[in-house]
Design a protein around this ligand. Structure first.
Ligand SMILES: Cc1cc2nc3c(=O)[nH]c(=O)nc-3n(C[C@H](O)[C@H](O)[C@H](O)COP(=O)(O)OP(=O)(O)OC[C@H]3O[C@@H](n4cnc5c(N)ncnc54)[C@H](O)[C@@H]3O)c2cc1C
Length: 525
């Protein structure tokens, strides 16, 4: 491994140990925390981010993979929110061109009223994107709808409305943002859990106590400002600050099923604007498979591996079967994953749970701990800008302008050929191919049903901070989200490569196999 590798854990831990005082410490390495570390580091603040498991282990690897303004929010008249998200969508296509794609969506229409409603509504959506528009929406007739969506039921179909939105790889964007922040001087560590907040004599938060979960070594770290960006774990951190704190969030689960591409051949995604329970359902092409979701189920507790409920699975399968000629059954599901949105917990029994994930919320506690929650992946950059601005406005940091509008995300490059699966690495692709030239064995694919090579596994370990088999298969090459059964078959091979790269023994390797098997089994239906 080359000694100038700035992504090596040993290097990052040395940075942690060498710095007694940080300007900013961020708890949580999902979209929100990673956005903040990039914003803060590029403004020139000495910044540290700590993630208890892996980047995007929480909700941020379990999204519908859309970069969108939210057609649904437009229908609710939330114009400012839609406009802001469409602007951010445009920036992502510019700054993370290797991960963000322009995706066409077709809304199938079954009556003329809907056709007019969606045609007009989507013209407004286009107009709100201004110069950063992804393409004009148009109405298409029944014949064209049937030819573009070859598996859609013919029946009472009248036609369709085509519009454009963004589509991306969420966990890979998370890893690439972490790398970009490191390249701009931040220290970013996964497998590091914050267990405690520290306070000065005035009762103001001035740091954290965190544990390296690999070595079990504990560190006390000081900072001018601590930012809580822990999604559905928000209340756990708020209770470290004040054990009496009322719950701020309540989780609502959304699940996705992944199907073979033959259920939706072609390049278009489908947007079903109103399911039987009044929700939106998407069928989106993703890495040569189709992601279908989502649901909205209020839960009483949260976990790092939420489980899909039977009724959620039935609901998605039944809804898809109302629209497609190719019948979906449970046996067709290649992978199933669930994510949790943080909703605003009711203040008292009379108040209902409200969704706060539509717009983000920044709260400053009496102890000056800053909490950022809600929002969506699409707006992660803007959320980060607002969070660091808040720290400046309350006098925790000196005033410096935000730079992220023009910061390219690690891997971004012009003119990418997206026909081969390694396009997702952008400018890193040539280095991965060089690995194969040096060691031809690395060119072997992992599984007959998966295009990924051993070189991508090596790359994830050496340069993308992957520390466990699950880090690799869930959030670097995404096989767990694409084909859970195939993933179960390759776990031992990947564990061997990982143990070899990290210099670990057979016992550690076996533990890795067992731990990853346990998680991967939950993705099989
Ligand atoms: C079903 C679903 C579909 C969605 N689809 C889309 C979409 O298509 N497009 C879109 O733009 N948005 C989408 N979203 C929203 C988007 O995914 C979320 O807004 C975003 O991922 C939230 O990121 P986060 O960083 O706030 O939370 P998380 O990703 O959950 O990150 C919080 C992190 O904090 C860490 N953490 C917790 N406690 C500690 C501790 N003590 N120490 C250290 N680390 C800790 C956790 O391990 C976790 O990784 C969707 C959300 C859901 C639920």
């Amino acid at each position: 491994m080359d000694k100038n590798n700035i992504f090596k854990r040993e290097t990052l831990i040395k940075q942690l140990e060498a710095n007694a005082n940080w300007d900013v410490i961020i708890i949580g390495g999902g979209a929100t925390g990673l956005g903040v570390v990039l914003d803060s580091a590029t403004r020139g603040f000495k910044t540290l981010l700590l993630e208890q498991v892996d980047f995007a282990k929480g909700t941020s690897s379990r999204s519908t993979k859309l970069l969108h303004g939210g057609v649904r929010y437009l229908a609710q008249g939330n114009i400012d929110l839609v406009k802001e998200a469409l602007y951010e969508r445009g920036l992502l296509l510019k700054n993370a061109s290797h991960l963000a794609n322009n995706q066409s969506f077709i809304i199938p229409n079954y009556n003329w009223f809907d056709t007019i409603k969606y045609t007009v509504g989507l013209k407004i959506y286009d107009a709100l994107a201004g110069k950063l528009s992804f393409g004009t929406s148009i109405r298409i007739n029944k014949k064209e709808t049937l030819s573009r969506l070859s598996t859609i039921k013919n029946g009472k179909l009248k036609g369709g409305v085509v519009y454009h939105d963004g589509q991306f790889d969420d966990a890979r964007l998370a890893v690439n943002i972490a790398q970009t922040a490191i390249e701009h001087g931040a220290t970013v560590l996964n497998h590091f859990k914050v267990n405690q907040l520290t306070k000065n004599i005035k009762g103001l938060v001035n740091g954290v106590v965190a544990e390296d979960t690999e070595t079990k070594v504990s560190y006390t770290l000081n900072a001018k400002v601590v930012i809580n960006a822990t999604g559905v774990f928000t209340d756990e951190i708020l209770k470290m600050d004040n054990s009496e704190a009322k719950n701020m969030v309540r989780p609502s689960q959304g699940i996705h099923l992944v199907l073979d591409k033959s259920f939706l051949p072609g390049n278009d995604a489908i947007m079903i604007p109103k399911t039987n329970d009044g929700r939106v359902l998407f069928l989106v092409p993703w890495h040569n498979k189709v992601v279908v979701g989502t649901t909205d189920t209020l839960l009483d507790s949260h976990s790092l591996e939420p489980k899909a409920l039977d009724e959620e699975i039935d609901f998605i399968i039944d809804t898809v079967n109302n629209y497609l000629t190719k019948k979906v059954s449970r046996a067709d599901v290649l992978s199933i994953f669930a994510g949790l949105r943080p909703l605003a917990a009711p203040k008292d029994k009379s108040e209902k749970t409200k969704e706060i994930s539509r717009s983000h919320k920044i709260i400053v506690s009496n102890s000056e701990l800053i909490t950022i929650t809600g929002g969506k992946w699409t707006t992660y950059r803007r959320m980060a800008q607002d969070t660091v601005n808040k720290a400046i406005s309350i006098g925790k940091l000196e005033s410096k302008p935000c730079k992220t509008k023009d910061i390219k995300i690690h891997g971004a490059m012009d003119a990418i050929d997206k026909t081969q699966h390694q396009y997702i690495y952008g400018s890193d692709k040539t280095a991965i191919q060089a690995l194969i030239r040096e060691t031809p064995e690395f060119g072997e694919t992992l599984h007959p049903r998966l295009p990924y090579t051993k070189a991508e596994i090596i790359w994830a370990i050496r340069y993308e901070m992957a520390r466990t088999v699950e880090d690799i298969l869930a959030r670097r090459v995404r096989t767990l989200f694409l084909d859970a059964k195939a993933t179960l078959e390759i776990i031992p091979m990947v564990a061997k490569i990982l143990a070899n790269e990290l210099g670990k023994d057979d016992i550690w390797e076996l533990q890795q196999i067992n731990e990853c098997n346990k998680i991967a089994n939950q993705y099989v239906l």
